[in-house]
Structure formats: C-alpha cells, structure tokens
Design a protein around this ligand. Structure first.
Ligand code: ADP
Ligand code: ZN
Length: 739
C-alpha cells in the first residue's frame, strides 16, 4: 500500500497534487496540514484525500513535514470545499483557503501560540518617570505596548512601532515577548447598541406560528424554510427561539448575517442568551481574534457561531441549524476566487449534515422566493410588524417637477426639507440614504466638456473632499489625483463638480439644518476600525439627529426613534447595466423604508426619483413584495434570466479589447463544441460593461441553461484545452453582478 496524500496547495486554479509520505513520517489525516515542495518553493497545503494510486504521469515527490498530528479541518468541511471548488470552477487550494483559519496557510508555527509584546515591571515604571532616557519613538512604542497588553509584531508595526524600536525595548528589559494563549474577546467591537431583551416576551401570533412550524423541523433532517417577514416583524426573536431548541437538542447553530458591525444587536442578544458558548467570526476582527475564535470552535467550546460569509466553513462537528439572515444580501457572494455564495454553500452544507436551514428576509432574493413558491422551500410569512405597529407610509417626490420649480441643483426637495424640520423639532431622528459615496460623481470642464476619467478603468473619477482641496479617486483601482485648478485639455478655469454623493448631501444638510448633529456612514467614513460602531452607537444614544449614508444604513438596524427616512435618489442603481438592478432597487428602498417607525411613533419615508412610475419604485413604496416578485419574474422569463435559468459568466482579460474579445470568441467556440447535446445557450461574447478595469480590457460571455453541471463541464473542458489563456479568464457561476 503506497503512502500517498492528495494535497490542496495555495495556488490558484490548481487541482490537488499527489505526494508520497516518506518514512518515518506518520500518514497525515484528511484535513491535516503538511509542507510540500512545489517547484523551487516549500508550501503549506492541506491533505484532502488518500489516493490509492499515484497519478499516471509526473514525478512523485515527498512531503517534507506533517504539521498537524490530527485533522485541522474536519473531514466534512474538506468535502464541502471540494464541492465548492467543483461547483464554482475554482482551484481546491482556493476553496480550502476559504475554510482555514487566518494565517494557517502562511506561517505554520505561528498558529498555535502567538508571540506578543508586553511591558515588564521595569517598563511600566519607566513610563512613570519623565527622564527615562528613551527616544520619542521608544517611548511611544512602550506606551503602546503597556496600554494594549499584548500586541504581536504585525499589530505593533501597523500602529507605528517598528521592529527595531521594539527590539531595543526588549534589549533594555522594558518589554518582553510572551507566548499568548489568552483569547481576545471580540464582543466589545460588536456591541454598538445592545438593546436589552425582555426575558420571555409574548410572541405575536405570526411569530408563534413560525416558531412552531420550525420546531417541528428541528432534528427532522435536512429542510429549508424561507422566513419572509416584513421589516420590524421580529425575525430575530424567531431565530433565537429556534436556536435555543437546537442547542438543547445537543446540536450546534450557525447564524450568518451580512455584516456584524451593522447588526450588533443580534450578536449582543446571542451573548445574552447563550453566554460564552458563542463565537463570532467576521472580517472586521483582527487576525488574532479570528484565529482564537476559530480554535474555540474547533475545540468544541461553542454552541453558536455568528458570522458573515466565511464562517459557513466553521469547523462545527454537530451542526443542527443554519440561519441566513437577510439572505438576499449581495455581500454573501465572494467576489474573488472561490466565487461562492455563502447562502448557497450553507444549504449544501446543511443537506450533507442533515441540518435545518432558515433563510430570513423582508425582501427575499428572486431565487429563494421562486424556490419557496415551487415548494422546494417551506414558506413562512410574517405580514405584520410586532405590536401592531404600522409599516412606514411612503411618499414619492418627482424630481423632474422639483427641478422645473427649483432649478437643476436641488438635492433636498421642499417636502423632504419640511419633513426633516418637523422631526428635528419633535426631537425625533432622521435617516437619509444616498447609495453613492464621495462628494461628486465626476469633474467636467464647462468649456471643452472634458471629464476626469480613470486612466486604468473605464469609469470617471469620484470627487472627494480632501484636507487640502479636492481629490478625484477611482472606486475600482484607487487611482487618485488632486483635482487641478484648470482643465488639463483646454486650460479653462471652469471645472465643475457634476452629480452628488453622500459627502455633498451631508454638506447640504449641515447648511440647511445648522443646529442638527449629523453623522455620515459610508465606506470612507468608517475606514478606521471602530468608527462605524461609534457612529451607530452615537445615533442609538440620541447624540446624532440625522444619519446620512449609503446602503450600509439601510440594513437591519433597529433605531426606535427614527420616524423619517429620506431617499435622495432612488435611481442610483436603476441605470446599471445589470439585469438585477430593479431587484436591487426594490430591496434597498423597502429595507430603508423599514428603518422608520420601529418604535412607538409611526414612520414615514420620502423617496426622491426621476422615475416615479418605475415598477420597482412604485411597488417598494407600497411595500408590495409579492407584486414585485410577480412583475420581475415576468421580466426574467421574457429575457431568460435567473431564477428561470442558471447563468455562468466568464470574463476574459486582455491587453486590448480586440485581444480580449478574440479570446472570448475562441472560448465560446470551444464551449459550444463541448456541448454536443445543445443543452444550453452561449451568448455571443461582448465587451463587459466595465470594458477596462485596472488597466486590463475585458470581454465577457454568458452561458445560460437549466443544467449547471453541463455548462460547468463544457466550460471546464474548453478552458483545459487552452491552458495558455486559463489565467486570463475569470469564471463566475451564479454571478450576482455582471459588470
Ligand atoms: P426584523 O428583523 O424582522 O426587522 P427585529 O427582529 O429587529 O425585526 O424586531 C423588531 C423589534 O421588535 C425589535 O426591537 C424587537 O426587540 C421587537 N420585538 C420582536 N418580537 C417582539 C414581540 N413579540 N413583542 C414585542 N416586541 C418584539
Ligand atoms: Zn481605476
């Protein structure tokens, strides 16, 4: 019997590689990490199988070391990764990489203990004296170490304490290295608005019915339920009750949320109910925190994992329930390899582990609702808010009329201004949404019409306010320049800011309501760790009157004092060349309107738009989900888009558009040839909407059909025949965005 292992290595697009395990090394388990040679390099890989035969070709090499004497990844998770690699046409190394704890593939020695710097007794006393003889840098580093109580070298460097400075402090015995096994508690970052929960509150009749239906399914094997509950209908309470039942039955719970910082109350509630048997996993945590949490889960110390996308791979051995909150949210789809959808992987995982799945949303994705209507999923509906609170009433402002009356520069309509004023007087709070960050959408010369475009991408640069003047930045590649005083082409000094984003809305609000406290939430304003939490908790505490922001403020929040939601422009998403743009618009408008009137006072939403008659605007204003679904499904049927058919997208990158299109044509031809039975359609390759991105030109092709398996295989075969272009092709199975 040969001692062979198939190893997933962290190299894109590669299949598992077979190695021999030389004596006297022990045969590593599936899920254990090993060191292997690949070309001139030594890599850390993960064993995914024990092949009985060596591959027919190629020289067989030996692994160099076994890192884990037991499986690091449970075998079930390794299997799940193999499914992901196959389904999404990704390399097994990428899929395994998504499941490994942070750092596990890079530094095998660093993952068991972490070396952190701590201040010694001398160090602490040196801080107390003015004349310690330390340089300014040493002093600052010592301060940092003493205050933080354990930072590793990377964290120190990130905070400005260089390796040399720390080494010097160690040499002076002011600082020492400790091998840290203390777990960092990530909850302080998460708990922005820990609303307290009444012990046993009475469920509404709809909540009770949903809990009862789900209770019947606990321990009854694989099952998917779609909980369609309007905003404020109390879905969280249902999650908690069912989670508790599952936990009592001795199985574990995975709760997935789009972004933890945006739904801090969920994490806080869970902490309340389940105490320290909860682990939290999301990208906002430091590497060290994530690493600790991962190992707590692996050691079986938790019953409940709360996390974003990647925790779908959490090493839980007894999974009984997966809840995917806001299942329609696009952040569940990973936009780099492996391009998996967290919700869909969750369902696959649950089916393999006989677990119950609850998908929750006020605006379910077209896919999930389609499955619910066809009977594949069980549909549970909450049509009313808790405590008989009404849904927000919505009014539409036709901005064409507003421009005609007030001029073309209007940002805040008269109705919106009056309504904000009225709320501020009553000390109620206001949320203002514009799903576009920055100050202006572009710069244009009024004399020659020249616009400021990104040199690397086919997109205009967004204008941001900078400490000194204006900065134009590309939101795709981050290229940034100061906006000059005059036109680069014709030298005219008439450069105009065109369009507006959240920064400009904030400015308008500040001018119009000088006494109001205004906070802004978008990717720029929350870049600093903790900034988002701080803004949200200030708003929750009533220190802010108005919160303006992008879609980040539309998600899941429960601020009872918000009685007005203003939407500056409902049209931002409608112009996108994407078949999901109506769905996105409907979801965003419904969700943001759902932030109003969640407390005792009823809520109102005001939606500004240039297309008041558009069906996604109209139906969102009536909060008519079923009506929207029907209308949108008719559109998808007509053009044969998901959920009617499945879609696979392949983007080809090239030096020029001709080059990219040419290769895309070749791929398309081979795919067609591979599909002898004509089981799907291949759309003629065309330039991608973003024809140029980060300096590369892009053409794309689509495969459309009911058989994903056929499409995947044909594309896979075609690409395998063209190894020289494989790396230039990005495949996206079930794409969410096709820009
Ligand atoms: P959803 O997620 O459906 O939008 P939440 O779960 O955030 O709604 O609940 C909305 C609010 O109603 C929360 O403040 C929650 O504490 C409260 N709530 C939930 N269930 C009940 C109930 N049965 N009685 C009273 N209040 C409830
Ligand atoms: Zn760019």
């Amino acid at each position: 019997m040969p001692r062979l292992v198939a190893v997933a290595v962290p190299v894109p697009l590669l299949d598992a590689l077979t190695y021999r395990v030389p004596e006297p090394l022990p045969l590593p388990a599936v899920g254990a990490r090993v060191r292997v040679p690949l070309g001139p390099r030594q890599l850390t890989g993960c064993v995914v199988a024990h092949p009985s035969e060596p591959p027919s070709s190629g020289e067989l090499k030996d692994i160099t070391a076994v890192i884990d004497d037991q499986a690091l990844l449970p075998a079930g998770v390794v299997d799940l990764c193999q499914w992901v690699a196959e389904y999404y046409l990704a390399g097994i190394g990428d899929a395994i990489g998504a499941a490994l704890p942070p750092g596990a593939a890079q530094r095998p020695s660093a993952f068991k203990t972490r070396r952190v710097a701590v201040a010694t007794v001398q160090g602490l006393s040196a801080l107390g004296v003015t004349d310690s003889g330390l340089t300014q840098k040493q002093r600052a580093a010592l301060d940092l170490v003493a205050a933080a109580g354990g930072l590793d070298q990377r964290e120190l460097s990130e905070r400005g304490a260089s390796r040399d400075v720390v080494a010097r402090l160690v040499a002076l015995s002011l600082v020492t290295w400790r091998h840290d096994q203390v777990e960092r508690d990530p909850f302080p970052h998460a708990a922005a608005a820990p609303a307290s929960r009444d012990e046993e509150r009475e469920l509404t009749p709809e909540q009770a019915a949903a809990v009862s239906a789900l209770s019947d399914r606990v321990a009854a094997g694989f099952h998917v339920a779609l909980l369609h509950g309007v905003t404020g209908s109390g879905k969280t309470e249902i999650y908690l009750r069912v989670a508790d039942l599952v936990r009592q039955s001795g199985r574990q719970v995975l709760l997935m949320v789009p972004e933890i910082a945006l739904t801090p109350s969920v994490a806080a509630f869970l902490r309340d109910v389940f105490g320290d048997r909860v682990a939290i996993q999301h990208s906002g945590l430091s590497t060290g925190e994530r690493h600790d949490q991962w190992h707590r889960i692996r050691r079986g110390e938790v019953d409940v994992v709360v996390g974003t996308r990647s925790p779908v791979f959490a090493p839980l051995p007894r999974l009984g329930l997966v809840i995917v909150d806001e299942e329609h949210d696009t952040s569940y789809k990973q936009d780099e390899a492996p391009r998996y959808h967290g919700r869909d992987v969750a369902i696959v995982r649950a089916s393999r582990e006989n677990a119950l799945v609850v998908l929750g949303s006020a605006t379910p994705s077209m896919e999930s609702y389609h499955h619910a209507l066809s009977g594949k999923y069980q549909l549970l509906t909450l049509s009313k808010r808790v405590l008989d609170r009404p849904l927000a009433s919505v009014r539409i402002v036709n901005m064409r009329e507003e421009y005609a009356a007030e001029g073309p520069d209007v940002v805040l309509s008269r109705l919106l201004v009056e309504s904000i004023e009225a709320r501020l007087e009553k000390k109620e709070q206001v949320v203002v949404l514009l799903n576009r960050r920055g100050y202006a959408t572009s710069v244009m010369c009024r004399q020659c019409g020249d616009t400021f475009d990104c040199p690397n991408c086919s997109i205009s640069l967004t204008v941001h306010r900078a400490p000194r003047g204006w900065r134009a930045r590309c939101h795709y590649c981050n290229h940034a320049v100061l906006v000059p005083k005059s036109c680069r082409k014709c030298a005219a000094p008439y450069l105009e800011h065109v369009g507006f984003g959240t920064e400009r809305v904030e400015e308008h609000l500040a001018t119009r309501f000088p006494h109001a406290q205004i906070g802004r939430v978008d990717r720029d304003s929350v870049r600093r760790k903790g900034a988002l939490t701080s803004l949200l908790s200030r708003f929750a505490a009533g220190e802010l009157d108005i919160l303006v922001g992008t879609q980040m403020i539309a998600k899941g929040h429960d601020f009872p004092r918000v009685t007005l939601v203003g939407v500056i422009s409902a049209d931002v998403g409608l112009g996108m060349a994407d078949f999901r743009s109506a769905e996105r618009t409907f979801q965003l408008l419904t969700q943001v309107a759902g932030r109003a009137g969640r407390g005792e006072q009823p809520g109102e939403a005001i939606v500004q738009t240039l297309y008041p008659e558009h069906y996604s605007v109209q139906l969102a204003c009536r909060q008519d989900y079923a009506g929207f679904f029907e209308r949108e499904l008719a559109f998808r049927k007509g053009l044969r888009y998901p959920p009617i058919v499945a879609l696979v997208n392949a983007v080809v990158r090239g030096r020029s558009l001709e080059d990219a299109t040419h290769v895309a044509d070749l791929v398309a031809a081979r795919v067609l040839k591979a599909d002898a039975g004509r089981t799907f359609t291949v759309l003629r390759p065309a330039p991608a909407p973003l024809t140029k991105l980060r300096g590369e030109h892009r053409a794309q092709l689509f495969l459309k059909g009911s058989h994903r398996g056929h499409m995947r295989r044909a594309l896979q075969d075609a690409l395998e025949e063209m190894p020289e272009v494989r790396r230039r092709v990005v495949v996206d199975v079930d794409p969410l965005s096709v820009l």
